[in-house]
Design a binder for this molecule. Sequence first.
Ligand code: GLA
Length: 729
Amino acid sequence: MEIIYQEKEKRFHLRNDSISYIFQVEKDKYLQHCYFGPALTSYHQSNPPQFIDRGFNTNPISSERTFSLNTLPLETSTQGSLDYRIANYQFLNQAGNSVTAFEYESYRIYDGKPRLSELPTLRGSKAKTLEIVLIDSIQQLKMILHYSIFTDSSAITRSVTFENLSNTAIYLENAGSLMLDLPRCDYDLVTLNGAHTNEANITRQKLHPGIQRIDSNRGTSSPQHQPFLALANWNTTENSGEVMAFHLIYSGNFIAQVEVEQYGTSRVQMGINPDTFSWKLDPKAIFQTPEAVMVYSTTGFNGMSQTFHHLYQEHLVPKTWQKKERPILLNTWEGNYFDFTETDLLNQADKAKELGIELFVLDDGWFGQRNDDTKALGDWFENTTKIPSKITGLAEKIHEKGLQFGLWFEPEMISKESLLFNKHPEWALQVPNYPLTQGRQQLVLDFSKEAVQDFIIDMLTGYLQTGKIDYIKWDMNRHLTEVGNLTLPQDQQQEIAHRYVLGLYRILQTLTTKFPEVLFENCSSGGGRFDPGMMAYMPQTWTSDNSDALCRTRIQSGYSYLYPPIMMGAHVSDVPNHQVGRITPLKTRGLIAMSGNFGYELAINQQSETTLSEIKKQIQFYKKHRQLLQFGDFYRLLLPTETAACAWLFKNEDEALVVYFHGLAQPAQKANYLKTYYLDHDALYQEVNSQAVFSGAELNHAGLLIPRIKGDFETCYFHFKKITSTKTV
Ligand code: GLA
């Protein structure tokens, strides 16, 4: 890995074994993008921009009519004078103008990668960083573009710092993290879209002229859109072809867009959503944008996913949890909802222990007057009618049974009907004179306020410092409205959405640093805030409130574009399924849940002996394969559709597990050969159940016959052990 500066050409080349990223300084001022793609040993500009005197060109040098910033591929840009394409940043000065004129000033290359103040970032011990300083000398503004490249990853990170060097405040109206100009536009745009209980649908469509954008204005990254987009060649598949992917490490309002412009080029842009953002940059103040990740894959979407999975597992999640096995949990939600007593819980814990479960998680309903979802959020003290021993006592009893203990919180919320709201109505987000809009009959706490942040830190510290809580499920079940408060002046009200996210990060940073051994699970009605910002503090997410096995094949496949299975909470729940009413076999529910971060969420004391004995076997099976399922490489072999099959492969040095889900039973079944694509070509593998021996190459290319399956939603698996790695045997 290296970052080269070619003095003569004023050219920067970030390079490792798999990718190159190149740009240069033009006319001593402008940053012209040259290349992003497979690694180049050297670059001599075989692909210069086309300089033509075009109609409606804008020319910074009036006599040079072929040179226009409206067509030049750039590293960053704004609107207002020379470029009409989508902007990556925008200022508004006190005179009401937004024209700026940033010019290249200097660069710096160094080992490693800085942590961004107040924001989550990828760790960079194996990285190098390039900083480019640009200055607007008219208004005394500074902008630093940060680029980092890793030794072992086809990824580059980018972010921007803005600094006001002047003596007058100025407003930052748009603060993008990444902009990339590409010479073509004949790409397919790929995004992950959805809704509550229907997250992460893979959407693929051709780019068309104009702007295509996804975003969030809900205060969180949202289940509606993942802060991600990819551009793929039309013939890119899961296993082959080129794809460029962009992902924002941020948990609030974001924008991700592509513009196909007049001469068949395209511009990608990503960052905080400017629609709900403005930031007053006081004299000498600095604003730091979130970090964006760019990935280049020449091996299709699986190749892209491999890069994200390794990057996030090795450089993003808290270090303690990088290689630590995750416990099999029983969550009380779907089995009890709000209706339980301490005795019920202890009985369930006994059963859980007998079955081999390792962590008992008490979900919603344990605090204040919380007997349904209409009240008590904010009253984080035990309901002693339900739990006479209080949380500490209950946790001790659970520990005595040999189980870990976990607890649910929804710290960002406040119910109107709560003691906390009576005491601190000003702590809810609000706009004077307007009604407080409720969602799930609750309001949102103003996390931009330090007093609120401190209250949450102290409250959770109180529970965690007892040492009795091993796991926290951190939930967030509504989106933000009336994003305002009575504290900040009028010209800073538009900062609140971003300040909220910074407040959240401050809390999470404080708690996870104080209590690194506590496992935090991220949740927002399932995958409502499943983003890399949250994963920097919480190494796993409750993927979806939808636990139906068929739906989960699609949701987990979608999220696996970016996140490895260990990050995706997946539970076996009762049938008929509580969200969609479907009945699927227990074996299928088990295998699909094991393909994520495994647990149970059902009425454990109401199961038949047969079911319990099957659950016990599932747990034994999972424990045997846990290393492979949690830390092996994960590949999608077949992407599910509404009725068809889905197949996943888990692979490490010594073994592999193929999980095959059959979907709906079909008449006149054809012979069904499943190709494994990614087994070691030259190795021999033995399938453990049948004892049959196959070469990796034949399994990859000829495929494996899937036995005839009758019945809907059946599943099977194949466990391969590598018996030799040479083809001569
Ligand atoms: C959300 C979560 C669920 C459960 C409930 C409790 O919907 O996603 O798993 O915790 O809240 O109210």
